[in-house]
Write a protein that binds this ligand. Sequence first.
Ligand code: 5GP
Length: 120
Amino acid sequence: MAYDSDNIFAKILRGEIPCDRVAENDQALAFNDISPQAPVHILVIPKGAYVSSDDFYSTAEPAEISGFHALVAQVARDAGLVESGYRLIANHGADGGQEVFHFHMHVMGGQPMGPMVVRR
Ligand code: 5GP
């Protein structure tokens, strides 16, 4: 799938629509999910244009990947989740339930997060 520069997270990165910014570094931006599924629900997105986890991990520069993960760890730490625990989720494609096609990691916590998956 080609990257669509009109996706909602691309618009957030360009400042065309607002976000509730949490943190930022050279490689990534973190902001609160608009429809939180837990007391803490932060999205971390790379600043580069990557459709999905497959695209990001196979084509991003090592510095982008390490900077992205540094911000994931930082926002979880700054939200006070290290002791209580948290969950990281990256949905890829249809079976993963991906809705926004700019790669992102969900950082979720502040409550027990329950079973890892719903078995069907
Ligand atoms: P996905 O299913 O692609 O992994 O998750 C997309 C996430 O983006 C959802 O949790 C959804 O609530 C969030 N989201 C969708 N549109 C917006 C938006 O305009 N702003 C913010 N902050 N989050 C959004």
